[in-house]
Each structure stands twice: as structure tokens, then as C-alpha cells.
Design a protein around this ligand. Structure first.
Ligand code: NG1
Ligand code: ZN
Length: 532
């Protein structure tokens, strides 16, 4: 049973900053690190409660603020199979974080116990990890205090990428079952990826070196470790790998910088012929890029990865002769209009549009046998249903081509991290496709031409007054604003624009695309002016 007096005593060492209102958003709790001590302690408590609720299955806790500045941090929970925390528990998280006093905290814990019908006397088990942020160790200590006071089994997974934590959580909970996902260790993770990658590319000629911008984050040491496993097949050159100098994390580098600035990180010296990609601060996003013959920067973002992935898998399934496999792609409103047109008209694959946030994409992708989902910013993965996996594993194949395609599909189910978007796994996935097709980044890029687009942040007094519908593509509130947006967009050729409140920052985001760069910028400017 839970010793509430002890909870209060330890909670007193992790006091809530008065007056601050916390919300468990699309990326868990995320803000300036100095505000997070009490939140992280309480998330530790929630992790233990969640484990008790789920028959002592292991729950994951990740401490990271992804692509956000180094002085920020964040904390989120991972459910037993590596998914995001079940939505109904987000509310419990928010209530726990906002309990003003230690007594209130105990009341909220007791409410959660009653509300969810969990048995407080059950054992609990929690695995946790952090990225390279300097604030990480202190926040880990806060989680550990919580686990100790609740008597939870605590597994410190150390400094890891977010997707590694998702992976290990699933491994721990499936060990010894028919759904076993892999060895619950970092070595197991790299071995699983490495074996699958080798299977896919062993016979293929090598490509030129790939420069990997690791955002001065946890991706740097991890890509180096990966290199030890796959170095025979792929030449990885890590840049922006300084995880020790203060202030460097995500600063003028990384996937978010490259995607939003639409340029290479300064200092990379991207020249024509080079192949490059950028990870974000916790290595769950990746974007590719190159310079064309004129030295002009060209981005291959999450939409381009989704197109490449879908086309490769469609071909494999067709060649393998496995019928009855429904392939679909899931995007958000931020997907470039040209990518949606390419998927729909050229690949002829069904496309769904869902609200921003991985959980929405993930759930929608689960509706297909093979569900490809990517956010334009480079976060995404491919999900294989158990029907798809069984069909692939039981397929025999009559011809050598069929056998190869079946083996490749089977390897893909191991290469792709099916718990969450994973920059390292996605990078190997992309590389294996490029090696199989023997194509350059430029040739990949030729599938379709992006419409010029612009994403702007607008700081407003209260972003919560903005309410959206239709997968966030239309505003329902403030009343009348959507009509004004429509009127502004109407005259622009291939014009599209929408406005939504961010779920991770205190801003409203304005997205615009149009046939020309000038039109697009003008459109974004006008719509931002409306919102402001
Ligand atoms: P918000 O702040 O809700 O726009 C951002 C990204 C999402 C997602 C989350 C979680 C954009 C436009 N939005 O969400 O795609 O990645 O962060 O990290 O890139
Ligand atoms: Zn991230």
C-alpha cells in the first residue's frame, strides 16, 4: 500500500512553483527546465500508478524537450507497447502536476486510484531515460525519488534517444511472448536494426558518404554506435556532435532548424553532390537535403520520406505477390499539397489527414495493414498490422523475385521502429531504399516538386481562443475569422493556408503555400496579420 505520509514528506522536497499552470500536451510536459522539478517528481508517481493499473507492466518515462532550446526540458510517459500514454490519463497527469500543496497531491493520487479502479498495493515497474540536456540528471533524480517512495522497480536506461526508450519499453513488456520485440538493451536495439539493414542491402553497391547533423544532441554518440554495426555498408559522417559545450544543443542545427529555415546548418558547407540529413535533439525526427547543381538548397522532408517509403513498399508488396494488404498514408495539414497529390494521383494510395501530434497519426495508421505516417517535420514511421506480418511471414514465393521481395518486406518489419518515429531507424530505412533503387537524393526529389510554403509563429494574448475542425484545417473560433481567411486565400493559384494554436508552444501557427515563393510569403504575411 502507498504510504501517504512518506509521499508528502518527499513531495515537500519537490515543491510546485506557485501560480504556474501545467498541461500534459502533445509532447507531455515541456517548458523551461527550472520549472519542471515538481512536475517530473509527480510524473514518476503517475508512472508507478499506471504500472499498477496495467498489472505491473513496465511504463516508460522520457526526459527530453526534443528540438526545443537547451534550457527547456520535458517529460512524458510511454505505455507498455511503446505507444504514447493513453489519452484518458493525460488528464490525470495534468491534475497531478497542478496540485498546489502536498496535501492536494495526496488527494489527487487518491482520486486517480478511485477513478481508474487501480489496486495501490500492486507492484510497479518503470524504465526511464533522458537526452543530453544539462538539466537532465536533476530531473532523473526527481523521478527516482518518486519511484522510491512508491516502492516501484526502477530501471535507469541512461542517456538515450526517445525512440530507444520506446523500443526498450516494448521489449521489456513482450519478452518471452509470441510478440517479443527484441532484446531489452541498447545492444539489442542496434543489433536488430543492423541485422535487418544488412539483409536489405548486403548485395547492393554502396552510396557516397552521408553527412549526419546530430543537432549537438544524443543522436551524435548513437549514430557513432550505429556506425560500428553498419559501417561496412554505409559511410556515416557525424557533424554537430558537440554534446558537452553549453548552448549548442539544437542551436542553428538539427532537423527543426533545417525544416523551418529551409537551409543547411551554418558550418556544414553543403556542396553539390553531398548527401546530408539532420536529426533533432532526441533523434526522433529526420530530414534529408542536398544542394543542386546551382548550389541551391533542396529539402527532402517527412512528406518526401513518406512518398519514398510508400512507393517502395507498394512495389515490394506487388512483386511479392501478397494480395489483400491495404497500404495507406497518414499526413497532417502541414503536408505539402504536392505530396498529397503525388500519393493520391501517382501512387494511388489512400491518404488520411489527421490533427497534429504523433498519437493521432499513429492511431490512424493502425487502421491499415501497412500504415505509413509522417509529419512534414520528419517525425514518422511505418506500422505493419499483425495481418500484414502474418501474411509476409507465411508467404512462400514462387519465383526468385518473389522470394527476395518477401524477405525484404520481412526485414523492413524489423528495421522500422514500429513504436514511434525514429530518426536512426528511418535513416537506415531511407538508405536501404536508395541503395536498392541505386538513386541519388536528386532522383528521389524528382518524384514531385514541393509547393513553396511558409510556417510562421504568431504570439497572441490567448491562443486558447482559437478552435479548429476538419483535422485543424479550419477555424470555428474566433467566429468569422475563417471566412476572412478564405477570402484572402481565394485569389492565389494553388493557395492554401490554415491557422491553429500550437500544442507545444504558447503561439499560434500560420501555414501557407502557393504556386510561387512570392505569393506564398505574401499569403503567410496577410494571414498572420489577421491573427495578430
Ligand atoms: P505544435 O507545437 O502543436 O505545432 C509541434 C509540431 C508537431 C509535433 C509536436 C511534438 C509542427 C508544425 N508542429 O507541434 O508536428 O512534432 O511539435 O513535438 O511541426
Ligand atoms: Zn524530437
Amino acid at each position: 500500500p502507498i504510504d501517504y505520509n512518506k509521499v508528502k514528506l518527499v513531495s515537500a522536497k519537490h515543491p510546485k512553483p506557485p501560480g504556474v499552470k501545467f498541461t500534459y500536451g502533445t509532447a507531455g510536459f515541456r517548458m523551461k527546465a527550472e520549472l519542471l522539478d515538481s512536475v517530473t517528481f509527480r510524473v514518476g508517481i503517475l508512472a508507478s500508478l499506471r504500472s499498477k493499473k496495467l498489472d505491473s507492466k513496465t511504463i516508460g518515462v522520457m526526459i527530453t524537450a526534443s528540438h526545443n532550446p537547451e534550457e527547456d526540458n520535458g517529460v512524458k510517459l510511454v505505455d507498455p507497447y511503446g505507444e504514447m500514454l493513453e489519452q484518458s490519463w493525460e488528464e490525470h497527469a495534468t491534475k497531478l502536476a497542478n496540485a498546489e500543496s502536498d496535501d492536494d497531491l495526496v488527494n489527487v493520487i487518491q482520486d486517480i486510484i478511485v477513478n481508474t479502479g487501480l489496486d495501490g498495493s500492486k507492484d510497479s515497474s518503470v524504465v526511464y531515460a533522458r537526452d543530453t540536456r544539462p538539466s537532465g540528471p536533476a530531473l532523473v533524480a526527481a523521478v527516482e525519488d518518486a519511484l522510491k517512495v512508491l516502492g516501484a522497480k526502477a530501471l535507469d536506461f541512461g542517456v538515450k534517444t526517445t525512440p530507444e526508450l520506446h523500443y526498450v519499453t516494448r521489449c521489456l513488456n513482450t519478452a518471452g511472448t509470441k510478440d517479443a520485440y527484441g532484446e531489452p538493451t541498447e545492444e539489442g536495439y542496434f543489433k536488430k536494426l543492423g541485422d535487418a539493414f544488412r539483409e536489405l542491402v548486403e548485395q547492393k553497391p554502396h552510396l557516397s558518404a552521408l553527412t549526419v547533423d546530430a543537432a549537438n544532441g544524443v543522436g551524435a554518440p548513437k549514430v557513432r554506435q550505429l556506425s560500428e554495426v553498419v559501417g561496412k555498408f554505409i559511410d556515416l559522417r557525424v557533424v554537430n556532435d558537440d554534446i558537452y559545450t553549453k548552448g549548442k544543443l539544437n542551436f542553428q542545427c538539427g532537423a527543426d532548424f533545417v525544416k523551418t529555415q529551409q537551409r543547411a546548418p551554418p558550418g556544414m558547407n553543403l556542396v553539390s553532390g553531398m548527401r546530408a540529413c539532420s536529426l533533432d535533439g532526441d533523434a526522433d525526427r529526420i530530414v534529408y537535403y542536398y544542394a543542386d547543381e546551382d548550389g541551391k538548397f533542396r529539402l527532402l522532408d517527412g512528406d518526401k520520406i513518406a512518398g519514398l517509403a510508400a512507393s517502395f513498399i507498394i512495389d515490394l508488396v506487388r512483386t511479392a505477390g501478397i494480395g489483400d494488404i491495404k497500404i495507406g498514408v497518414v499526413q497532417t495539414a502541414y503536408a505539402n499539397g504536392s505530396s498529397t497529390a503525388y500519393l493520391t494521383n501517382v501512387l494511388k494510395v489512400p491518404v488520411s489527414c489527421v490533427p497534429t501530434g504523433v498519437k493521432h497519426l499513429h492511431h490512424e495508421a493502425e487502421k491499415y495493414d501497412v500504415g505509413v505516417y509522417f509529419e512534414a517535420n520528419g517525425h514518422g514511421t511505418v506500422l505493419f498490422s499483425s495481418h500484414a506480418i502474418n501474411s509476409i511471414r507465411s508467404a512462400k514465393g514462387g519465383t526468385p523475385e518473389q522470394v527476395t521481395a518477401i524477405n525484404q518486406l520481412s526485414a523492413l518489419t524489423n528495421l522500422i521502429n514500429q513504436t514511434v518515429g525514429d530518426a536512426i531507424s528511418d535513416m537506415l530505412f531511407v538508405e536501404s531504399i536508395l541503395m536498392n533503387k541505386q538513386i541519388t537524393l536528386r532522383q528521389w526529389d524528382e518524384a514531385y516538386t514541393d509547393l513553396p510554403n511558409r510556417l510562421v509563429k504568431v504570439v497572441v494574448a490567448d491562443r486558447h481562443i482559437f478552435k479548429t475542425t476538419d483535422a485543424e484545417r479550419k477555424l470555428v473560433e474566433p467566429k468569422g475569422l475563417q471566412d476572412k481567411i478564405n477570402a484572402i486565400v481565394a485569389p492565389y493559384t494553388e493557395g492554401r493556408s490554415f491557422v491553429r494554436p500550437s500544442g507545444t508552444e504558447d503561439v499560434v501557427r500560420v501555414y501557407a503555400e502557393a504556386a510561387t515563393r512570392q505569393d506564398c510569403d505574401e499569403l503567410a504575411f496577410k494571414i498572420a496579420g489577421l491573427v495578430f
